[in-house]
Design a binder for this molecule. Structure first.
Ligand code: C2E
Ligand code: CA
Ligand code: CA
Length: 930
């Protein structure tokens, strides 16, 4: 509460207002009074009643005809008599006879006065230098039979007559104003109230004016009759109140009198008649005492004093201004309701002054506050770590803080285009301008999600930009504020984090997870470009010994050095990753051929094999490398890594060669191919090749229904080579034709042998390569073999792969027709891995479809494989062809295959490929079991 009161007084603007008033008010007093009078004239309406009184004027015309003034008093006596005789109600004779003249004249006048019926005679209040203040009245002789009424008048500062004091009191008498006395005599008791305004002249021995009233203007002047005419026609005065007095120019006082809207000069009798009329209508106004209007000024100013200096609403701002009109309003109300006049201007003046001081204090405070806020904003702007740039709606820079200046390439950015001072790349410029357009369009702040690259001097920074609209008077025309946050540190930290997550801490090389990603990508790229990717698994030899003898620090140094050497040995597009421990994996993409891979591998091995110097000791270094090739060896990352790992172990076991391919065919390929081919040709002649037989069994009873003949090469050193290791080589040379012929003859020979020895009586399937298929002599060869051996053609079956069959379908169709005409069966091998044309599938005379091993293997683990198997079986059965599943290894695989309706089964679950003798024995055992 107290705090509130104190806070009211705290803004001391009202003190200033009061002081100012006190200083200037006395000074301005006359001026203010004039203004008050002006307001009075405007507000007080003129009195419009018809006059009851008449003025008998001693005017210029009367003087001209009756002689010079002063007239003999007999003339006045005559007028008094004439008026009495004419029956005038009251005669107010406004001519002073204060000194004696000729005795006759005075006697005549005294007698006339005595005779007079209701006669008012004047008393005047006078102040002069010689005598001070005193009252003059008629000589006692003329007073007999008359009533005194004072004709004292007072002029306002503007020289106009507006007021009269109803009473004037001398040392031993109280005299009422002549109009009032006349009215009393006429029988109209004046009502309404009198003012109390008092004014004393002299030092108490003079006279005192009191009961002040204001007399509003008259709409029409009181009728006036010249003295001469009045003497001639007195009858017009019957029942009238007659004021007689001097109106001639220069003879009596003249007053400026408001007459309607005009001002006329009027002399004393006219003024008295005027006052009489006003009083008769009770239209007089009471002037409020001066102290009242002064204190009113204070009272109305009071609300202003306590008015808050922080107006929040519109009303609070407008009300003080409205207060200024309050005194005028009060003045008007008092006038029309109470008939009291008080002077409004002083109060208005005080209020206006107060309002001005209030307003200017307000303005000053607002300005100070504004300045403070601006300084604060400026300080904030300079303190923040972000660059802040303000753009006008024209896109030019209005202001920029120091951080922003540091970011720009110009020291003076003002008035420049933002794109010219910020050195952004094309993309950054585009994103920035798009954000600004979006911000201007929506009127909302736009924050970029990605930092833009900003060139600051020689370095490149990452800047995150927020564009916010600037509130502007005109809607839709926005300037914008750009907040530029330097997030380079964050971006770098993020990059480091990402790098740490994907790279090996010791060598800085990609770690396992990044390696997997890179491998995935490389394999996908290779698949598209129909190229190969080499995966090298490298392991340091005897690393454990270095670690154990020299310590881990030395071991780490070795690993780092090896990483460096590997990077140097490889091309830029290759990936060198650390797998863990002393193992590295290298991914070589886009390899031109096997030879190129071997070149790189040799280079790597050589690079690592350089001697290493560690803490003054020089020791040899060596590594082993295993290679897997995608997609030749597979496309699965983990499988490829496992293959390369396995190959690496093989290389470790080989003292002569530091590296090994996973698939041995590739290994072989690198040996002297011609030598191998020659060796194979020799083996073909010398009986180095052999056929193994893998049984095929029926779905229903597990009975042996056939054999697949699979080629084996028994080398001189006793090692048995699998077809995967030499069929490729054979196919690349013409050896495959000879080998194929041998295989067919051998199979036929075996059939003959078994039939004569009571061996298994089932067909044998022989694999034919694509090259054999396109060689049309196959039919010729078959028929020759059939003829030579005399075997039944249905004991022989040819397996050709789906891919081979579809490679040149038209040629193959002809070939198959030829074979079929011989009565030899045909099986479509590795079904599902190639792309079969359903048209040809229907046209080919096929007796069997063999589901590829890979599907059977995945049967229990991958639902897709199961679906494919089911579809293949469905398709084959739709074509009326039985299905063989090869590579059946588990009973679970068997059960699923049987469930789907597979007809014939082949795989390790039943038997591995067996030499002929074992195959026959297996057949016998089956028979026995059966
Ligand atoms: P293929 O025609 O798909 O032969 C089946 C292969 O699957 C054989 O490998 C066989 O040993 C193997 N196998 C059979 N059951 C299972 C099993 O349960 N699990 C697993 N993992 N494998 C099983 P092989 O003998 O190494 O022959 C490889 C390929 O060489 C053959 O694939 C065939 O395309 C080709 N080939 C074999 N002999 C000849 C031949 O005389 N002439 C021609 N041109 N190619 C031949
Ligand atoms: Ca086969
Ligand atoms: Ca096969």
């Amino acid at each position: 509460m107290w705090a509130r009161i104190v806070s009211w007084f705290q803004p001391r603007y009202w003190v200033w207002a009061a002081l100012a008033c006190a200083l200037v008010l006395p000074w301005l007093r006359p001026g203010l009074t004039r203004l008050d009078l002006l307001v009075y004239d405007m507000l007080v309406p003129a009195n419009a009643t018809e006059a009851e009184s008449v003025v008998v004027a001693v005017d210029d015309a009367s003087i001209a005809s009756l002689g010079r003034w002063p007239w003999p008093r007999a003339l006045h006596a005559r007028m008094i008599d004439v008026l009495r005789e004419a029956g005038a109600k009251v005669v107010a004779y406004d001519v002073l006879f204060s000194e004696a003249s000729s005795v006759d004249d005075d006697r005549l006048l005294a007698e006339a006065v005595k005779r007079a019926h209701k006669l008012v005679v004047p008393v005047a209040a006078v102040t002069d230098m010689q005598h001070g203040a005193y009252l003059i009245e008629n000589m006692p002789a003329f007073r007999n039979g008359s009533v005194p009424g004072h004709v004292d008048t007072l002029l306002d500062v503007d020289g106009r007559w507006r007021r009269m004091f109803m009473t004037i009191s001398g040392p031993d008498m109280v005299i009422q104003a002549m109009p009032w006395v006349a009215l009393s005599l006429a029988g109209g008791a004046p009502h309404g109230h009198w003012g109390r305004g008092e004014q004393a002249a002299g030092d108490g021995r003079g006279w005192v004016r009191s009961a002040e009233v204001l007399l509003p203007a008259m709409a029409d002047p009181v009728p006036m009759v010249p003295f001469v005419d009045a003497l001639r026609h007195p009858e017009q005065f019957a029942g009238k109140v007659v004021f007689v007095g001097v109106t001639a120019h220069g003879l009596g006082p003249e007053y400026a009198l408001s007459m309607g809207s005009r001002v006329t000069l009027a002399s004393s009798p006219v003024v008295m008649a005027h006052a009489y009329e006003v009083l008769r209508e009770s239209a007089q106004l009471i002037p409020a005492p001066a102290w009242l209007s002064k204190s009113l000024a204070m009272v109305v100013a009071l609300p202003l004093l306590i008015w808050p200096l922080r107006p929040t609403t519109r009303w609070a701002k407008l009300l003080p201004m409205a207060c200024v009109l309050l005194p005028l309003l009060l003045c008007w109300a008092a006038l029309s309701l109470l008939r009291i006049w008080f002077e409004p201007v002083a109060a208005t003046f005080v209020l206006t002054l107060g309002w001005l001081v209030w307003g200017s204090t307000l303005l000053m405070r607002a300005t100070l506050e504004g300045n403070r806020v601006r300084r604060q904003a400026q300080a904030t702007l300079f303190a923040v770590g972000e660059g802040v740039v303000v753009l006008g709606e024209d896109g030019l820079i209005r202001s920029a803080n120091p951080v922003a200046v540091q970011m720009s390439r110009k020291v003076d950015m003002l008035g420049e285009n933002i794109e010219q001072v910020l050195q952004l790349d094309d993309e950054g410029r585009f994103t920035l301008s798009r954000a600004m357009v979006q911000c201007r369009h929506t009127g909302r702040a736009v924050s970029m999600e990605q930092p833009v690259r900003l060139q600051v001097g020689a370095v490149c920074r990452d800047i995150l930009v927020t564009v916010a609209p600037l509130p502007e008077e005109e809607a839709g025309h926005h300037g914008v504020v750009l907040a530029l946050r330097d997030v380079t540190a964050t971006v770098v930290a993020g990059q480091q984090l990402r790098h740490a997550a994907t790279h090996d801490a010791l060598t800085g090389l990609p770690n396992r997870s990044l390696l997997r990603d890179r491998m995935d990508q490389a394999i996908a790229r290779a698949a598209r470009a129909q190229q190969s990717v080499a995966i090298l698994f490298m392991d340091l030899d005897r690393f454990k010994r270095i670690n154990d003898s020299l310590g881990h620090a030395a071991g780490d140094e070795v690993i780092r050095e090896v990483g460096r050497r590997l990077l140097q040995a490889c091309r830029k597009q290759d990936t060198v990753a650390r797998w863990g421990g002393d193992e590295f994996v290298i991914v070589l993409e886009d390899i031109a051929g096997r030879d190129a891979v071997i070149t790189v591998v040799n280079k790597i091995v050589e690079a690592v094999a350089q001697e290493m110097t560690l803490s003054g000791m020089v020791f040899p270094c060596a590594c082993s490398v295993g290679l897997a090739i995608a997609p030749e060896d597979g496309t699965d990352v983990d499988a490829l890594l496992a293959m390369a790992d396995a190959a690496m172990y093989r290389a470790k076991g080989n003292p002569t060669q530091r590296w090994a391919f996973f698939s041995s065919s590739l290994n072989l390929w690198t040996r002297d191919r011609l030598a191998l081919e020659g060796e194979a040709r020799r083996a073909l002649v010398e009986g180095g090749f052999e056929l193994f037989y893998q049984p095929q069994v029926d779905r229903v009873d597990g009975r042996l229904v056939g054999f697949e003949a699979l080629l084996r090469w028994r080398r001189d050193d006793g090692e048995v080579m699998l077809p995967s290791e030499f069929i490729g080589m054979a196919e690349e040379s013409s050896l495959i034709l000879a080998l194929g012929e041998w295989t067919l003859r051998e199979a036929a020979r075996q059939i003959v042998a078994w039939s004569s020895a009571g061996g298994p009586d089932v067909p044998i399937s022989v694999n034919v390569s694509a090259k054999q298929c396109l060689d049309l002599q196959l039919v010729q060869l078959l028929s020759t073999i059939l003829a030579e051996t005399g075997i039944s053609p249905d004991k022989l079956k040819l397996e050709l792969t789906e891919t081979a069959a579809m490679s040149d379908a038209a040629v193959v169709e002809e070939l198959l027709d030829g074979i079929r005409q011989l009565g030899v069966g045909i099986a479509l091998d590795d079904f599902g891995t190639g792309y079969s044309s359903l048209v040809y599938l229907r046209r080919f005379p096929i007796q069997q479809i063999k589901i590829d091993r890979s599907f059977v293997q995945d049967l229990t683990t991958q639902p897709e494989a199961a679906a494919i198997v089911k579809a293949i079986i469905g398709l084959a059965h739709g074509l009326g062809v039985p299905v063989v599943a090869e590579g059946v290894e588990t009973s679970m695989q068997r059960d699923i295959l049987l469930e789907h309706g597979c007809d014939i089964l082949q795989g390790y679950l039943y038997a591995r490929p067996l030499p002929a003798q074992d195959a026959a024995r297996w057949g016998d055992m089956e028979k026995l079991h059966g």
